[in-house]
Design a protein around this ligand. Structure first.
Ligand code: HEM
Length: 303
């Protein structure tokens, strides 16, 4: 059975580091492959969880085992002008562990090794906030599949192209916390569709609630009488920048890409739904789709 990269399904370390890169002109793929192989060894040695994710262009040059329906991130815009802009890159390195120093060291060695061949487009340093909270104070992750089901939701099954791999969405959402905290407690609960106190799901989901957009069911979205479909595994964590910008680094995995796109289209009302109230207080500054190949594909591609 093809094995997924362990960093996806294992418990999150306290600290995360995300580095997005793309090739520069004249880049030598051999140098990049060698640096990725060394990064794997280095992370193993230092006990840092590593997930290597490729955009469509770089994946196509590394393996013939291409998953079906792998598209670049198109960007999303609501009819009233809210926008999730596209910032697709070729490579995302995600490291997480309880040791911020080791995370820094591993990604630093890698970016130094590919200097002149890849340029860092952006990076984000994130951390777990309390009991897995978003900076609004709401628990993020309650509706995730239970750990025993996460593999089947996030990883392509044997027998299909890309087996053992996982589609990913990565976005840095920027929060307007002042606006969020100006809402009444009821409006805050309704915005997500769960309570702040203990993440209890509200029986009545207003059309603007986040769950009314992302809790996909066999019938209507968020109709709790029907079973869930196309679940995703979320590994999001908050970040804060020196200029006061704060928000959520959203990272989600799925065995197909379409359910990631379907949720983004719902959030921005592109499917005819009213836009998700989440977008009243938060906007992604970046957004991209990647594919995290299996261990076997990495082993043969990065020699
Ligand atoms: C600022 C960005 C976001 C924030 C703060 C946020 C926050 C939340 C919160 C508080 C919940 C309810 C508790 C839980 O189940 O975790 C939730 C549920 C969920 N969110 Fe988000 N979210 C964000 C963006 C997104 C995006 C972009 C997607 C998908 C592309 C998404 C997919 C989901 C899913 C699938 C659920 C669980 C639904 C279920 O129970 O089946 N979220 N989110």
């Amino acid at each position: 059975m093809a094995a997924p990269q362990e960093a996806i399904l294992t418990s999150l370390g306290e600290h995360q580091w995300y580095v997005h890169l793309s090739r520069t002109e004249g880049a030598d793929l051999g140098v990049i492959k060698k640096a990725l192989a060394d990064l794997r060894t280095d992370c193993g040695r230092q006990g840092v969880n590593l997930c290597i994710m490729f955009g469509p262009t770089l994946l196509a040059e590394l393996t013939d085992d291409i998953p079906a329906d792998f598209q670049p991130y198109p960007g999303y815009k609501s009819a009233d002008g809210k926008e999730a802009k596209a910032t697709q890159e070729e490579l995302l390195i995600w490291v997480h562990s309880d040791h911020k120093d080791r995370n820094w060291n591993t990604q630093y060695q890698f970016r130094t090794a590919v200097a002149g061949h890849m340029a860092v487009a952006r990076e984000t340093i994130a951390w777990i906030y309390g009991a897995s909270l978003d900076l609004t104070g709401y628990i993020d992750g309650t509706g995730n599949p239970t750990p025993d089901r996460q593999g089947e939701c996030a990883v392509i099954a044997d027998g299909s192209p890309g087996a053992g791999g996982s589609f990913a969405i990565a976005q840095r959402w920027v929060h307007d916390l002042k606006y969020f905290f100006s809402l009444s407690p009821d409006d805050q609960d309704n915005l997500f569709g769960r309570t702040r106190a203990d993440s209890t799901r509200l029986d009545k989901q207003v059309p603007t609630s986040h769950l009314s957009h992302v809790e996909l069911r066999e019938g209507e979205t968020a109709d709790a009488s029907k079973s869930k479909r196309n679940e995703i595994v979320r590994r999001s964590t908050p970040y804060a920048l020196h200029d006061g910008t704060v928000g959520l680094y959203f990272l989600g995995f799925c065995r197909d890409q379409a359910p990631l796109r379907e949720r983004m289209e719902a959030i921005y009302g592109i499917n005819g739904q009213v836009r998700d109230a989440l977008t009243d207080y938060s906007t992604p500054a970046s957004g991209s789709y990647y594919f995290a190949p299996s261990i076997e594909v990495l082993d043969s591609a990065l020699r």
